[in-house]
Design a protein around this ligand. Structure first.
Ligand SMILES: *Cc1c(COP(=O)(O)O)cnc(C)c1O
Length: 360
């Protein structure tokens, strides 16, 4: 046995490392990134802005200007507190670090895998609650499991990843009211959804909302935010590592995230393209296409692995989820720009036409 295998605790050894496939020369529709680059006419101004930052100094500790920039971009009321993280993943971890030994994190399944992973990293228990067969909340099962397991944290991705849907709002409010746990509404895809729980923070002291700039064009910045009551945020802030938002992220964010018109315009394009993709996938026939409030679409396809491989051979990378027991035969495609989506659909259609030829 190797040194590290002797040394490392067993539940970390058992984790399959988060697999990110190499992605040179492919159309990347696997990770919910935005397809839009920085507009040409902003580059010079951006570089001038960057040149002013003092990398010999520690970053601004509270990142106050960036905090304000995000409040304006996302219309977050001043009465709430905002805590910034190095991606919202860091904030999920920070919430877990606030728990005590033997506490339980609860989420639905299938959902974002980091809730379970971070529970392992931080030595907490994890309890998954199955969604219904069409990926809706099973309210009765949720309430029953919450009362049996008494979780300290409940994560609900809204819209959910990887299914793309939002859950029934009244069900979520019933859950929030049923528990002393902190209920975390993870709104990573808020820009593509018709509803948000931010305003509900005023009503429910145990509600916090997570957001990120990763899915609106800035995955490379690594910047997420937790929104909650001022009191909740100032207590949680004690767990934040000093200077967790680096200077380049702060300075970039203060320039790039002020381009609100551009950001909103890009989100509108994605919403329009999502409708195109949804319709085009339905037209293929034989696929089960799930409705989406996010910048990706989940669909069930016959010969899943063969379709995935065929797309990859033709230069388009999507996500194959079919090995997960609750996502049999499922693939997830990120909504790209018009050209990428048309390319993706052309390959999907060609795959099934070739199939028919084989069957004739
Ligand atoms: C992508 C995603 C995140 C991670 O966001 P980062 O800010 O990039 O860490 C969080 N939650 C959900 C549901 C996501 O899909």
């Amino acid at each position: 046995m190797s040194f590290i295998n002797n040394w490392l605790r067993s539940n970390i050894q058992e984790i399959n490392a988060y697999h990110v496939p190499p992605a040179s020369d492919v159309v990347k529709l696997d990770a919910m990134e935005s397809p839009f680059a920085l507009p040409e006419n902003l580059i010079e101004q951006y570089l001038a802005y960057l040149a002013e930052c003092e990398l010999n100094r520690y970053p601004s500790p509270g990142a106050d200007e960036l905090n304000q920039t995000l409040r304006e971009l996302m219309q977050i009321p001043q009465e709430f507190g905002v805590l910034l993280g190095n991606g919202s993943d860091e904030l999920i971890q920070l919430l877990a670090l606030a728990c005590a030994t033997n506490d339980t994190i609860l989420s639905v399944e299938p959902s974002f895998v980091m809730y379970d992973m971070i529970a392992k990293f931080t030595r907490l228990n994890y309890q998954g609650v199955a969604l219904t067969s069409d990926y809706q909340l099973d309210l009765e099962l949720m309430l029953q499991t919450i009362s049996e397991k008494n979780p300290k944290l409940i994560f609900i991705a809204y819209p959910n990843n990887p299914t793309g849907n939002t859950f029934n709002r009244a069900d979520i409010e019933t859950i929030i009211k049923s528990t002393d746990a902190v209920v975390v509404l993870d709104e990573a895809y808020y820009a593509y959804a018709g509803d948000s729980f931010i305003d509900d923070i005023a009503k429910y002291p145990n509600l916090v909302v997570l957001r990120t700039v990763s899915k609106i064009g800035f995955a490379g910045l690594r910047l997420g935010l937790l929104i909650g009551s001022k009191e909740t945020v100032s207590e949680l802030d004690k767990l934040r590592l000093p200077y967790n938002i680096n200077t380049l992220t702060q300075v970039s964010g203060n320039f790039l995230l002020k381009q609100k018109t551009e950001i909103n315009k890009n989100a509108a394009i994605i919403i329009e393209q999502r409708a195109f993709l949804l319709e085009a996938l339905i037209q293929v026939g034989g696929l089960t296409v799930y409705p989406s409030q996010a910048n990706f679409i989940l669909f069930k396809a016959p010969r899943t692995q063969a379709l995935f491989d065929y797309l990859k051979e033709n230069g388009v990378l999507i996500k194959n989820l079919s090995s997960s027991p609750r996502l049999i035969d499922c693939l997830r495609v990120t909504v790209g720009d018009q050209i990428q989506n048309q390319l993706f659909m052309a390959i999907v259609n060609k795959f099934y036409v070739l199939q028919e030829d084989v069957n004739d």
